[in-house]
Design a protein around this ligand. Structure first.
Ligand SMILES: Cc1ncc(COP(=O)(O)OP(=O)(O)O)c(N)n1
Ligand SMILES: Cc1ncsc1CCOP(=O)(O)O
Length: 535
């Protein structure tokens, strides 16, 4: 190898190209593709040849190194120590069934880079103990490039979060791999982080570059998103900006109400049959524009339109549409409010919530104590159907803060007092009226009001594009609109219940819709009861 008597080369893992000559589009040669990808900003290359004879592999490795040296980009070899040694590559990448790390270390010069594929935390612990330089974590998503159908081969975003937690406190670098495309890159970078903020150093792709007719553009897009992501301040939830005081949240909520009325955001709602009419009316009353969508075929088109997306699985139908809508919303940096209604009630609901949250990044997860407990995998609060049993969590602030860090989104825990957190700040809202719990679907209406405010805030941010946009997952700050959505419904409920004409739940619901439409910025400012705690 060329590096025997030197220090280990510095490797920037931001955009890691793993080659795959079989994927080249017709008319494009390997060296053309490689050179274009390097011009586009690929920072490290792995030569991966699954079918080539040794002589051909060696020749490809040498050509790759000759080209990459001109761009000062390191080259690693997949699996084959002999090819790495003979070609003078900078190191190797090994999988779990390849040459063991300890043996590879003995055979290679001390300054060789060794990367190891990991699918679970046991692999990560072994790779740390063995002195790996970097880890390839995945597969993140299913992919056509490699057979990852064997159980355990797709740890997904949540499994990768667990692996990153094991890397905390080490200097071992990591990349995610498997099904990564420009359209899901911001979601991968945002989602793949431990609760304490240990994130990825880069991403590895095969087909996104190798199969592209324009590899330079493909690499440029990946590089731009990665560098924009790296420039976004590392907070648990990158799409929130905490304000300085309770007064500031209340003032911003009042402003956002005006904004809802001016912009009238489209609020695309995939929701359950029980609440469709009242949720659509609540959206309209606030000033938003509801569209209740049930057909899978139209979810992607709707998810492209600026505004907010609500995914409420109250009657768990059309999971395919929910998956597609959420992915498209992430791609368009549009906020997603996820309402996992009754998630604790059945194994099917729990599995569906996990599947959805692995496919797309929620902006806000809202639920009652039983729902939030089920998503957080806590057993402290039991559920009865869609309702919570008992008086709730002993320490609700810690529950919402911890879940927000884990799910990398805002969490709203609804109840007598509502708790809202982005993983750092916890905001408590004490507005509301007991009649809210006596009508069906008031929790679903809360999802709707939050999605309406988030939609307006993202439309406002869209007007002022910034350099960091490609690396962000949602346009605009989402914590204040989450608070505004809670305040709007709870303050309207107090005003509705105070009406002489309201005699019980039957007359309360229409009065609540009226009060949502009559809400003014001044009413919000004079009625809001909130406290703010920041870590
Ligand atoms: C960066 C990176 N991560 C993971 C892999 C997969 O390696 P492995 O599990 O050995 O599978 P093959 O690539 O050999 O099919 C990788 N190559 N690179
Ligand atoms: C080599 C490898 N290891 C895990 S998934 C994968 C293939 C990734 O290819 P693509 O980027 O085309 O999904």
């Amino acid at each position: 190898m060329t590096v025997t008597s030197q220090a280990k080369p510095h490797v920037d893992y931001s955009v890691y190209l793993v080659t795959g000559r079989e994927l080249l589009p017709r008319g494009k040669t390997y060296t053309e593709c490689l050179e274009e990808a390097l011009k586009g900003g690929v920072t490290v290359v792995q030569v991966r040849e699954k079918t080539a004879e040794t002589g051909e592999f060696l020749s490809i490795a040498r050509q790759t190194i000759e080209i990459c040296r001109r761009y000062n980009v390191p080259v690693l070899i997949n699996d084959r120590i002999d090819i790495a040694l003979a070609s003078g590559a900078d190191g190797i990448h090994v999988g779990q069934t390849d040459m063991p790390l300890a043996e590879a270390r003995k055979l290679l010069p001390p300054n060789a880079i060794i990367g190891v594929s990991c699918n679970n935390i046991e692999h990560v612990k072994a790779a740390i103990a063995g002195g790996a330089d970097y880890l390839g974590l995945g597969s993140i998503f299913p992919t056509n490039t490699k057979d990852v159908t064997e159980p355990g081969r797709i740890p997904g975003i949540s499994g990768t979060q667990d692996m990153l937690a094991v890397l905390e406190g080490t200097t071992i670098q990591s990349v995610a791999i498997g099904g990564i495309k420009i359209d899901n890159l911001a979601r991968v970078l945002h989602g793949c982080s431990s609760p304490n903020g240990h994130g990825l150093d880069g991403i590895a792709v095969v087909s996104e570059i190798m199969a592209s007719p324009e590899p330079r553009i493909a690499a440029e897009r990946l590089a731009k998103t990665c560098s924009s992501w790296k420039s976004v301040p590392r907070r648990p939830v990158s799409f929130t900006t905490p304000l300085s005081s309770a007064v500031a949240y209340v003032r911003r909520s009042a402003e956002l109400l005006e904004l809802v009325r001016t912009l009238s955001p489209l609020v695309h709602q995939i929701t359950n049959n029980v609440v469709k009419t009242q949720s659509a009316n609540a959206t309209l009353a606030l000033g938003g524009s509801p569209i209740m969508a049930a057909a899978a075929e139209e979810q992607v088109d709707l998810a492209r339109i600026p505004g907010g997306l609500l995914i409420n699985f109250g009657t768990v139908e059309d999971v395919g549409g929910m998956l597609a809508a959420g992915r498209e919303a992430n791609k368009n940096r549009k906020p997603i409010v996820f309402d996992p209604v009754g998630v604790g009630a059945t194994a099917h609901r729990r599995a569906t919530a996990t599947r959805l949250l692995d496919a797309w990044q929620a902006t806000v997860i809202k639920g009652n104590a039983a729902e939030i407990g089920a998503v957080a995998k806590l057993e402290e609060v039991a559920s009865k159907g869609v309702d919570s049993v008992g008086s709730g969590f002993k320490d609700p602030a810690t529950v919402v803060r911890t879940l927000a860090r884990k799910q990398r989104c805002i969490v709203i825990l609804s109840g007598h007092i509502d708790y809202i957190s982005d993983g750092d700040t916890v905001i408590q809202v004490s507005n509301g009226h007991p009649l809210l719990s006596q009508i069906t679907g008031s929790g679903c209406m809360l999802g709707t009001t939050v999605a309406t405010f988030c939609g307006a805030a993202s439309m406002e941010a869209e007007k002022e594009p910034s350099e960091t946009d490609p690396g962000t997952l949602v346009k605009g700050d989402m914590l204040s609109p989450a608070v505004a959505g809670v305040l709007a419904l709870t303050i309207a409920s107090e005003r509705a219940a105070a009406r002489d004409t309201v005699l019980g739940p039957g007359s309360f619901l229409p009065a609540l819709i009226d009060e949502l439409s009559l809400l003014t910025p001044d009413t919000i400012e004079s009625s809001a009861k909130i406290t703010v705690n920041t870590l």
